[in-house]
Each structure stands twice: as structure tokens, then as C-alpha cells.
Design a protein around this ligand. Sequence first.
Ligand code: CA
Length: 224
Amino acid sequence: MRILVVEDEIRLASLLRRGLTEEAHAVDLAGDGEEALAWTDVGDYDAIVLDIMLPGIDGLEVCRRLRRDRVRTPILLLTARDSVGDRVAGLDAGADDYLVKPFAFAELAARLRALARRPPETYDPVLAAGEVRLDPASRRVWHGGDEIQLPNKEFRILEYLMRHPNRVLTRPMIAEHVWDYDFPNVTNVIDVHIRQLRRQLNDPYPGGLIETVRGAGYRLSAGS
Ligand code: CA
């Protein structure tokens, strides 16, 4: 494999290069985000090891820009601490996996092998259904060419529906994912938010993007 390692800590960077070269990979090193983007502009990599904490453009931003430019190379993020926020931000930015420092080299090598085997299908971080597009990372929604401002709950309901197209999602499922807990009285509240959402998306009912499945819940119809 041809691998780009983006890491500003020189000791770790050269350690990774030596280890990966010994495993018969071709390795390029970048010391910051700008250099990483310059390399990926000219090189076709099979995997990128990307540290989050970099001088200048950080790893998350590098990741976002690559995905925006339709670069689908698997990205393994390196994070300094095991924080849920970092992991979520990393996956939202379009990374495929992450590793918390310090890590064993054998684990990094194994993760890279796993990423290389994975089919390139889910790398586009922007969700799309019909005329609607949603970017979880920047928390933006568009209908056709127009950006729509959605309140927080409506945004999270729509994101949840869009991550599970053509599937019936029950009100308790929606409650758990959007309110973070199972709150029985929330079902009426969900109906109200769905009505709001339809209105804001100019989504006709019935027969629009968000279907009501009688006695069950809601389903986002994203075609076949
Ligand atoms: Ca660093």
C-alpha cells in the first residue's frame, strides 16, 4: 500500500515510517495539514494516517476538505485522548476509524489492513435524499439549492431519518436517538416536530419525503 502519514511529532512520524516501510508499504510523511493536502493533491494513496492535533490546518479540517473534494481514501485518525467529542467529530468529518495515542504499532498496522479491505461506500459525509441534503459535520441542510435553518430537534430527527432511509423508525427509536433517553411522553412531541419538519422542508403529506406509517412510526422514502 501507499500510505500518507500526517504527524508533526517527528519521533512518532519517523517511527511510523520505519514500521510501515518494514511491512513493505510505501510511505510519505507530512508534518502539517497544508503539506498533507499538497501530497494528496498529487499522490494516490491507499490509506492516510492523520493526526488531529496539527499546526495550522488541523486533522479534522484536512479530513473534511478531502471528503469535500471527493477523495475517498480510507482515513485513520490519531487522537490524543479518548474523548467522545473527538471521535464523533472525526467520524462526522468523514474519517473511517481512529486510534487513541499512545497505541501499539501492531494495532495501527492491523487497522490499516482492515481499512484497505473495506469497500469504499460510506465515505461521503453529506447525507442525501431526494432534494434534501444534510451535512452532519457543519450542521447544515439544503433543499434543492436553498439552505434551510432547522431548530436543533428537527435537525436531529431529520439526520436520524436520513441515516436510516426506507426503514420504519418507531417513535421510541426516534426518542432514544434524538432525546438521548427513552421518554414515553415524547411521542406526541415527536409528531409536532415532524409536522414542523415537513413544513420547513416544504414536504407534502402524504406522498412526500417523510411518510407516516400508521401504528408504527415514520419512514424516510429515499427512492430505491
Ligand atoms: Ca500532533
